[in-house]
Design a protein. Sequence first.
Length: 341
Amino acid sequence: MTVLDRTFAGDHSGSLADDVVPTEEWAAEIRRLARQRGATVLAHNYQLPEIQDVADHVGDSLALSRIAAEAPEDTIVFCGVHFMAETAKILSPQKTVLIPDQRAGCSLADSITADDLREWKAEHPDAVVVSYVNTTAAVKALTDICCTSSNAVEVVASIPEDREVLFLPDQFLGAHVRRVTGRTNLHVWAGECHVHAGINGDELAEQARTHPDAELFVHPECGCATSALYLAGEGSFPADRVKILSTGGMLDAARESKARQVLVATEVGMLHQLRRAAPEIDFQAVNDRASCKYMKMITAGALLRSLTHGTDVVDVDPETARLARRSVQRMIEIGQPGGGE
Ligand code: SF4
């Protein structure tokens, strides 16, 4: 038994987790426990740097869910927020999916419940329901087609013009889709992500003025950046300096960019991967307060506890998973879904 094992022996409460420091010994122990458990560790781009560095794969939610489905390991430790781990479970029902702290929610996903959606559907019985991937499994199960922000416009455009559409839960993405498609029978749920609040039009315009040579990277696959996506479309930042990119695209663009400075409109965790990909570029957050408190709940101690005790197990009942899988599969078939949040 190692020092770290002894720290956690018998502690299922997590009370000791906050004391764990991410040292090299910790990283070696994480890898040893993952091997012993037959687990692969996946980390979302918005995770703490030490979690990204110890993980087997780092990426966005849809890409990670696909890796989870293809990985030879039977156990997936998903370092991200709860709806992402649920999506991995929906796509890999036969695997054990763990999240190091099940309290890691998402304010955007929490802005609509299955009961809310049932009521909304009852008011519009003929409408087609389109849900952004940041939703719970129960909401996905009541959805006709899921979408990412990369294919939201194409998903809505694929629906006959005379059918009403209920678009949820992100009001910024919904407004963007309505503007691009010109569709008047698109109803948008008034949900939002708490992190985007600081990425507003005035701030973007001010950043454009004070950083005249900088490029702007917007990663649209998260509620925290959908407001930037909307504002960039409105002209708050010169269009020729804006790049709307998926995570992979953002990393490729960083490697190819000639810019000395790049402003990044998304959750601040993304800066870690970008700085690794292109150390010569000065990457700055459009809003350095854009940090997701839920993502940061996956700490060094929480991951250690997860691998030590096999917690917290993510389960989706088979019927919900079957229905939710249908709406996720439709999403994957339309346009370029990108990588999800
Ligand atoms: S950044 Fe926003 S949308 Fe993304 S997980 Fe956190 S609360 Fe949810």
